[in-house]
Write a protein that binds this ligand. Structure first.
Ligand SMILES: Cc1cc2nc3c(=O)[nH]c(=O)nc-3n(C[C@H](O)[C@H](O)[C@H](O)COP(=O)(O)O)c2cc1C
Length: 398
């Protein structure tokens, strides 16, 4: 692949070198971190991401209010894995004393790093003036960070957005408060609280924060490839990157970006390897949750994997209903119909072993699917050539 002059200069600015990251006494193997995503990055996903080379994972946020600690959700979020070393626990809350008490509690039960969430825009959190709503009250930010740093003898890290809204981007000011309080790593998502997830992340404010403080900064927001990670690192001077939504259905992405940033020649896993990973992931979800919950949680992950494997150029509401087992796939449009039908079929399965059987069938089709994926770009493909009965008939649910 020939490189443009501009990408060459970016590459020169970041010659292949193994980037590591220090958080207090913890030295991470690389500086590519999986973002905490409540309801997504549960323990099974984090373990697999670590195995696949992510430098660090951060637990889904847990409330600092320990009296709310006994819900089913929090019980799952509190589970510990020997693979998470160091183990970073993210707290959300708004009262300095409560957050400090919670930090102590989690350190006593094995946390190696305490991360404070001041980035989440979710209503449920913000109604209690926690998460990114705190950015509007810098005095409170300081009081929280002082209290938590004082309470524990492990590194405290902070995750923020660039500010409350585009008119009030106080990321630099909050970053200085954090550094002064003794926070040892700052992650910034390049959107304001008011932006929620709209528009594109911007990296100028992240660059300004990197200039303003001397603790390591992780750049976050819309990073979905090694190329993008390189550009963001070059633009901001950040110590590393945090990857969120792009890792959904692509658990190997943080590890791949880390390896490629370090100069390793490697590429994304093959379609067969990805399907194998999907099987392991779904199996792990069944083990981690009970069957009822595991089956339901697996559905969204399978949807993401399939979206990633078979990039769909069409969006056709209701297309799945039109699918017939012997439908002739004449073009990309029909491939899209098939993809939707596979997802729909999977989502109808109610039992853990039916889901695993279905994925096994999909896995056995990997060579045909790969060929299908490639050929569909160029020529007419007949679905009759594929053993689609696996995927559309009811036999798997029997
Ligand atoms: C479903 C979902 C759940 C999230 N949960 C959390 C969370 O628990 N704590 C947090 O600090 N950020 C949370 N975030 C924000 C992400 O960590 C990240 O900052 C954001 O998605 C931007 O990065 P990305 O563009 O790479 O996804 C969540 C994001 C999503 C999409």
């Amino acid at each position: 692949m020939s490189r443009t002059p501009s990408s060459q200069s970016t590459l020169q600015a970041f010659p292949p070198a193994k980037r590591t990251l220090k958080i207090g006494r913890h030295v991470l193997p690389n500086a590519v971190v999986l973002a905490p995503m409540a309801g997504v990055t549960d323990l099974p996903m984090r373990e697999l991401c670590l195995e696949l080379g992510a430098g660090l994972t951060v637990g889904e946020m847990v409330t600092a209010d320990l009296s709310l600690n006994e819900t089913r959700k929090t019980r799952h979020r509190r589970q510990v894995s020997p693979l998470e070393q160091p183990r970073s626990v993210q707290l959300v809350g708004s009262e300095p004393r409560v957050l400090a008490e919670a930090a102590k509690h989690y350190v006593d039960t094995g946390a190696d790093i305490i991360d404070i969430n001041m980035g989440c825009p979710a209503k449920k959190v913000c109604r209690k003036a926690a998460g990114s709503a705190l950015l509007a009250d810098e005095a409170l930010v300081g009081a929280i960070l002082d209290a938590v740093v004082e309470a524990v003898d492990v590194p405290v890290t902070l995750k923020i957005r660039t500010g409350v809204n585009p008119e009030s981007k106080n990321g630099v000011s909050v970053a200085r408060i954090a550094e002064q309080a003794g926070v040892q790593l700052l992650t910034i998502h390049g959107r304001t609280r008011a932006d929620r997830f709209k528009g594109s992340a911007e990296y100028d404010t992240i660059a300004a924060v990197v200039d303003a403080i001397s603790i390591p900064v992780l750049a976050n927001g819309d990073i979905d490839s090694t190329h993008k990670a390189r550009r963001v690192l070059a633009h901001t001077g950040a110590a590393g990157v945090m990857i969120g939504r792009a890792a959904q259905g692509k658990l190997w992405l943080p590890g791949l970006i880390a390896k490629q940033l370090g100069g390793e020649q490697c590429s994304a896993p093959s379609i067969g390897q990805q399907l194998h990973l999907l099987q392991r992931h779904v199996n792990a979800l069944h083990q981690f949750y009970d069957d009822y919950l595991g089956v339901r949680i697996a559905r969204k992950h399978v949807g993401w994997y399939l979206d990633g494997l078979f990039v769909s150029p069409f969006s056709q509401p209701g297309a799945a209903e039109q699918t017939q087992p012997d439908l002739a796939l004449t073009d990309l449009e029909q491939r899209d119909v098939a993809l939707k039908a596979w997802k729909k079929r999977f989502n109808q399965l109610e039992r853990a072993h039916d889901q695993l059987d279905y994925l096994e069938a999909l896995h056995h089709l990997a060579p045909e699917l790969l060929a299908f994926n490639q050929q569909a770009q160029e020529e007419t493909v007949s679905l009759r050539a594929l053993p689609t009965s696996y995927l559309t008939s009811g036999d798997l649910a029997a």
